[in-house]
Design a binder for this molecule. Structure first.
Ligand code: C5P
Length: 274
């Protein structure tokens, strides 16, 4: 089976097909996996990018985040898992166990046919979800009960409200760990989660579970719109298997994308031997 040693996943964001191919040519020695997301899929050339990457021996993460009824996810997963070059694809854990099981089955069947491992990963809770968003979709009710039981003081005051909100937010780690475990129990290979959640997912799901994390920034790099970031060293030391790193490579502060990718790989190599 073809194994990917390099831990960096490069999202092909904000580029057209030709630019994507140029990036794959330029960076293929420094990048383990190239990621196509909704943008490329919606533009209609994600499949061609997979073919191109595959033609030069590179792999693709199909970041299509399936979330639908099991029968539909089964069909879509079967198509994506068999595309040349696709090494990973994903689903939203909130789609539930039966849906996850269909994605897993498709990945396993494709792995057997292709004689290389096709991984299927869960998105736990989108890191863009705010407390207010999460509450509106009912995600924290069980944790709010916990907080009310343990901190039943005057909830009218602003300070109490703030404390309450912070405590509930802390419970997100438990929710992420629960969802990751559900994905694991349903046969998934791993999850995509925030760097802040690597530790709890590793503890809950064990050493063989694959953890992919975005929001990684080398020291001194622009954070862009990522709120809570970690350095590659921190993420690797906490137990991440793959790091999704886009703008620090695509728009480096100095030098070329290739220079930036090399610097990041040097940092990762050091973290792995430390
Ligand atoms: O440029 P940057 O390194 O921030 O890119 C991160 C990539 O990871 C983007 O493609 C983004 O869509 C994706 N991503 C993320 N945060 C998540 C899930 C995916 O940044 N929670």
């Amino acid at each position: 089976m073809k194994e990917v040693e390099n831990k960096v996943i490069l999202p092909l964001d904000g580029v057209d097909y030709r630019q994507a191919c140029r990036l794959i040519d330029e960076l293929h020695n420094e990048i383990g996996i190239f990621k196509v997301g909704f943008e490329m899929i919606s533009r209609g050339y994600a499949g061609q990018i997979c073919e191109y990457a595959n033609s030069i021996g590179k792999s693709v993460f199909w970041d299509g985040k399936f979330h639908d009824i099991p029968a539909t996810v089964a069909k879509a997963s079967g198509i994506i898992a068999n595309l040349p070059g696709v090494r990973m694809f994903n689903f939203h854990c909130l789609g539930g166990e039966s849906m996850i099981a269909e994605a897993v089955k498709a990945a396993q069947e494709a792995s057997a046919i292709r004689k290389e491992r096709v991984m299927v990963l869960g998105v736990t809770i989108l890191t863009s979800m705010t407390y207010a968003n999460a509450r509106r979709v009912g995600l924290f009710q069980q944790y709010e009960e916990f907080v009310y039981l343990n901190f039943p003081s005057d909830r009218e005051s602003t300070e109490e409200d703030t404390l309450h909100a912070e405590l509930v937010l802390e419970r997100i780690e438990e929710l992420v760990a629960d969802l990751a475990l559900m994905a694991k129990d349903s046969g998934a290979d791993g999850v995509i989660c925030s760097p802040q959640e690597i530790r709890v997912v590793r503890q809950t799901c064990g050493d063989d579970f694959v953890i992919v994390t975005p929001a990684v920034r080398p020291a001194g790099a622009d954070h862009n719109d990522q709120a809570r970031v970690m350095t590659p060293t921190q993420a690797i030391q906490l137990g991440a298997n793959y790091l999704v790193i886009g703008r620090p490579i695509l728009q480096p502060g100095s030098g070329t994308p290739l220079d930036a990718a090399k610097r990041i790989n040097d940092e990762i190599a050091q973290a792995l031997t430390a």
